[in-house]
Design a protein around this ligand. Structure first.
Ligand code: ADP
Length: 416
């Protein structure tokens, strides 16, 4: 059985077709610059899927793509193509899972897409104006092209719905929460959920009951999550993805009192302030070089002092969050690193683990630097452990999609 996973952004759609028996992606790709004459479609077929292309197959096409419907039409055409298609026709796609960034307070688990669910997603547009409208465009485009195929929405915020009120309320006038839903929601939930569950499997404790875990999703966006007994009890992103860690181009935590001051001094509009905080801050803002962690490390190696400062600030902020979450949970049993930085930067992981030795972590240098893929990077004797677990959000979306569709079916047939 195959599930199509779609991540629809405002001008880009990423997708994977996953064979659920093996949980492997048989094809994947992206359509970029939707709405432009020079949109680009990149499509990959995994090795071993097509008998006549044993090493896999890749194509790139540049062509006008008018809108999201046209983009998904191209995706379906590639998946069902006469020569390089991985399914005979679209009826082989059992269900479609969509990443939706914001579920608000009501959509707190993966759900089958219905008119009511779409209304609820629309009701969260003002909470995630850059993401949710684009996510819904992808859903509606898929509905129109694959009528009758069940669609499931999987929310980035959902894993954090278990946060207690002390963690999610801001100390603003309560009416601001009641009137405008301003509270902490958290994001990257699908990734935090995947790596924490996977850690449970690796530890032989699938429920994670009794364990205090901190998962660090460190990519262009970055967040930390406190996972107690398998549930998110706190996370560093808040009302928007801007709160918390230093990121590629986002500031993370800043004294809110500095913001009206900066606005007045620089004569910024709210939109310009938002742009400064989201696009011109973080590693890029500090270093003046780049928001890309790898480039920061390269420049640091060459002796650039601002790149070094950006690295050190990133590490310091992350370390404070991990320590804070150990305090919030009353202990620390394991840390997980994931995302492009967490999976690849041995320098950052090494610094974090060494600097947190007081929490019972002892770094295994070899495993950290020379190891590959999923692994433990602390010694056998280390009281707490640290791990690298590559994330797989698409797989979580596909699994949730299948589970949601299957659980919905018996209910629809009374007496079965
Ligand atoms: P996104 O959040 O957009 O999905 P990723 O999870 O792919 O992004 O993470 C991108 C980040 O990972 C970038 O800052 C990039 O520089 C960093 N990164 C990727 N590979 C390495 C590496 N080998 N060493 C250090 N940083 C890396």
């Amino acid at each position: 059985m195959k599930v199509l996973v779609i991540n629809s952004g405002s001008s880009t759609i990423k997708y994977q077709l996953i064979e659920m028996d093996t949980e492997q992606a048989v094809a994947a790709g992206r359509v970029e610059r939707i709405g432009y004459d020079d949109a680009q479609h990149q499509h990959l077929v995994a090795p071993g899927v097509l008998p006549h292309k044993p090493d896999g197959y890749e194509f790139r096409e540049v062509a006008p793509v008018l809108d999201h419907t046209a983009a998904i039409r191209r995706v379906l055409a590639a998946l069902t193509h006469r020569e390089i298609g991985v399914v005979r026709d679209a009826t082989e796609i059992a269900a479609v899972g969509h990443r939706v960034v914001h579920g608000g307070e009501k959509l707190t688990r993966s759900v089958r897409v219905t008119e009511e669910v779409k209304r609820e997603i629309r009701a969260t547009f003002d909470l995630a104006p850059l993401h949710n409208p684009a996510n819904l465009l992808g859903i509606e485009a898929t509905e129109s092209l694959l009528p009758g195929v069940p669609q499931v929405a999987v929310f980035d915020t959902a894993f954090h719905a278990t946060m207690p009120r002390v963690a999610y309320l801001y100390a603003l006038p309560y009416v601001i929460y009641k009137r405008h839903r301003v509270r902490r929601y958290g994001f990257h939930g699908t990734s935090h959920r995947y790596v924490s569950r996977r850690l449970g499997e690796l530890l032989g404790r699938p429920s994670l009951e009794g364990l205090n875990v901190v998962t660090c999703h460190l990519g262009n966006g970055a967040s930390v999550c406190a996972v107690k007994d398998g549930r998110s009890v706190d996370t560093s992103m808040g009302f928007t993805p801007l709160e918390g860690l230093i990121m590629g181009t986002r500031s993370g935590d800043v004294d809110p009192g500095a913001l009206p001051y900066i606005m007045a001094r620089e004569e910024l509009t709210p939109a310009e302030l938002n742009s400064m905080l989201n696009k011109h801050s973080g590693l890029l803002g500090i270093s003046g070089i780049s928001g890309d962690f790898r480039e920061i490390e390269e420049e640091m190696e060459r002796g650039d002092s601002r790149a070094r400062e950006a690295f050190e600030m990133f590490e310091y902020r992350l370390r404070k969050y991990i320590g804070g979450y150990a305090a919030a949970m009353g202990g620390l049993d394991a840390i997980v690193f994931t995302g492009g930085i967490g999976e690849n930067s041995w320098r950052l992981r090494g610094a974090i683990v060494r600097n947190l030795a007081f929490l019972g972590l002892e770094l295994d240098e070899d495993a950290n630097v020379a190891g590959r893929g999923e692994r433990r990077i602390t010694t056998e004797g280390s009281r707490a452990s640290a791990w690298v677990i590559p994330t797989n959000e698409e797989l979580v979306i596909a699994r949730d999609t299948l589970a949601t569709v299957q659980e919905a079916e018996p209910a629809a047939i009374p007496g079965r």
